[in-house]
Write a protein that binds this ligand. Structure first.
Ligand code: IMP
Ligand code: MG
Length: 184
């Protein structure tokens, strides 16, 4: 029995397997390596959801990157965005003149990232782009340019590979759709 087999009972189905994720992360790493060659790249992990994706992704980028961690609160324990975003933990270092790549787990309404980009732009980076593992384009309510996205997914609440519901399921190696009875 796999160590995580028990939490699979809370899913209706697996949406993206660990093998599909690994292949997509490798491809994205290659793209970033090519696109940021010669740049002063700072990769910013948006805690906590992007942590698993981030640690895999940075190891696929063959450049002298620096890493930063930022924590924003947007959801609480519900499953839809409130539109209220608060910086819980800010960057440790100045990003002026640097090429910033924000690494996020999922873009849903887009409110969180739209706010973050505005905040970070005021610090005068040379560029600021977004890399997300998952995108729910059908849910977007703000205009947001996402440069790198691994998977477009349907409008369902998903967990695993860093994504949580009420802080659970982040340790699931695959991405699955959470059984609605868990949160309804
Ligand atoms: P947005 O501001 O609506 O784009 O929300 C983005 C944030 O909401 C993400 O960083 C996630 O933490 C969370 N989120 C959105 N959809 C899901 C989901 O399906 N599962 C888990 N977290 C989600
Ligand atoms: Mg979350």
């Amino acid at each position: 029995m796999e160590p995580t087999a028990r939490i699979y009972q809370d899913l209706t189905r697996i949406l993206v397997t660990r093998e599909e994720i690994a292949a997509a992360v490798r491809d994205l790493g290659r793209k970033i390596t090519a696109d940021y060659d010669g740049r002063d790249l700072v990769m910013v992990c948006i805690l906590k959801g992007a942590c698993v994706f981030f640690t895999d992704l940075i190891r696929e980028v063959d450049l002298p990157v620096t890493t930063e961690f930022m924590s924003v609160s947007s959801y609480g324990s519900g499953t839809s965005s409130s539109g209220v975003v608060r910086i819980v933990k800010d960057l440790d270092r100045n990003i002026e003149g640097k090429d910033v790549l924000i690494v996020e787990d999922i873009v849903d309404s887009g409110r969180t990232l739209s706010y973050l980009v505005k905040v970070l732009e005021q610090r005068h980076p040379r560029s600021i782009h977004i890399a997300t593992l998952l995108d729910k384009p059908a849910r977007r309510v703000v205009d947001l340019t996402v440069q790198y996205s691994c998977f477009d997914i349907p409008d369902a609440f998903v967990v695993g590979y860093g994504l949580d519901y009420d802080e659970h399921y982040r340790n699931l190696p695959d991405i699955g759709v959470l059984r609605p009875t868990i949160y309804e």
